[in-house]
Structures are given as C-alpha cells and as structure tokens.
Design a protein around this ligand. Sequence first.
Ligand code: C5P
Length: 299
Amino acid sequence: MRITVRAPAKINLVLSVGPVRPDGYHPLETVYQAVSLYDDVTVSEDAEWSVEVSGDGRIDLSGVPLDGSNIAVRAGRLLAAHHGLGRAARIHIDKGIPVAGGLAGGSADAAATLVALDRLWGLGTPDDELLALAGELGSDVPFALLGGTAHGTGRGELTTPVEDNGSYAWVVVPNATGLSTPSVYAAYDRLVHAREPQVRPELFDALRAGDAAGISTFLANDLEAPALDLRPDLERILRDGLECGATTSMLSGSGPTVVLLAIDVEGARQVAKEMAERGYDDVRVVHGPVAGAHVVTHG
Ligand code: C5P
C-alpha cells in the first residue's frame, strides 16, 4: 500500500521575536498562513528507512539530506517510537516548496510524513499527540498539520486557529541561495534589542473581515532586518516588488524568499508579470489560506 499526503508552505504575516531563551530558542508571537505551494510525501512499507526526493526542475534539491537526518525520516522514527513499533518505511518527497527558503518546506515534509505513516500503519494517533510529536520535530511543524491561518506562540509550536474570512493573493519570489534559520536568529541577537513579542490585535480584526488591504498595514517581520544584514542583495527584490505594484513586500520567515501581497488574484498576476519583465524568472502566484497536511491518494 502507498499513501500520499500533501502539506503546504507557510508564510508569517507577523513574526515578532522576543529575547533569546536559556534553551537557545526565541519566544515568538507569530501569525502563520498556509499558502498554495505544496510538498507531496508518499510512504510505503519497507524493512529499512529510506528517503528519495524529486522536484519540478525549478527547485534546487541539492540541500535535501538523503539519509536519516532528513526531517521526514526523523518524523517517521518518532511516530514509530511513540507507539513502540519497530517498523520502517520508504519515503518519497516530491517538492513544490523551495528548499531553505523560509517557507517551512522541511516542516511540511515532517507533518506530511506523520499523517501518511499514521494512516499507512493504521494507528489513529489522536490529534493532540500528533501535534505534540510535530512540536518535537520543529517549531513550524505543528502549523503544517493545522494549515489555514493560525496564531503561533511559544517557539512557534503552540498553534491556535485564527478566524480568517479572506483569500489573499501572494507573489512568491524564491531565491537561488538559501539562508540558514539559526544564522538569521544569531544576527537578530547581535543586532536587535529584543522586546516582548506581540501581534497587533487589529490584524486579527482585518483577518476576520477578510480585508486584504487591511492586513497589509499590519504585516511585520522582526527577522527581516537581520536577514538583510546577512543578505543585502534582498533589499533590491523587496523594492522591486513594491515598484511592481505589491501592497506589501516582506521576507517569508527567516528568508531569503520574498513574498509580495497583492490586492487580489488579478493584481498578483500583474505584479508577477512585471517582476518577470525585470528578470525574475521564477515567480509564483499563490493564495492562502489553504488546508494543512491531508491525504490525497492511497491504495
Ligand atoms: O524549531 P526548528 O528546528 O525549526 O528551529 C531551527 C533553529 O531556528 C533553531 O535551532 C534555532 O536556532 C532557531 N529558532 C529560534 N527560535 C525559534 C525557532 C527557531 O531561535 N522560536
């Protein structure tokens, strides 16, 4: 039997970062939104753990580990251990989410693997246990299970769904050179005097109203300044996005992917067209919110 589970990329509408904790993580107040870029993870029974990866040609797969350090394999082993099982599986990841881009592609793979193996092995793991396992694997993994729009606290792993009555059109501008999340947080510690993290309550009002123009006022990312310190070349992309008609341009998470909010899908297509004319040859029009990890095929 084979099961395929699809999991979405995320962007952070707000990423507010507090002072580093004793365990090395940073307390966050964040608002996640799942967007329509996906990884598909297919699992099948096998005696040994293995992972292989494919992509659509636009994605550089060279940074994806093909051994037990791959987060999908770690997710599988964690689920097996949680149930006291000595089982293994073959995992195939078909990537539609750029690697090391600040879009939580690895987290999507981990979430998809948890759901796929839970189904393959007929475990019926309760949602709260699955979310707790996800939180052990990484700060963004629980959100990849949940999808939609959600408020994240703790180090990002504590997620609560947010009422969101809108559909927002984004232009995603991937970057050829990845950026490591820990290095961006280290730059943040060096450069920024951190305060208590917070999300402006008006953002939740705008999401409830489904107001794309309204949310654009409240988007904010504390990791943008440290990421730009490491990668000053990204400033040009942010500026180009605004000049091409985006209402807001920002980094997704720790970057280097730039996301551009447009007023609607037509607006996003226009922004993407103008970005392409400026030489950005891989821009994607996506929408959010979309569903979290879900089974797409089995049998
Ligand atoms: O949780 P995750 O494994 O995705 O985190 C990757 C790295 O990002 C951590 O090792 C840490 O350096 C940084 N991080 C952080 N504070 C957070 C989330 C991540 O410092 N809230």
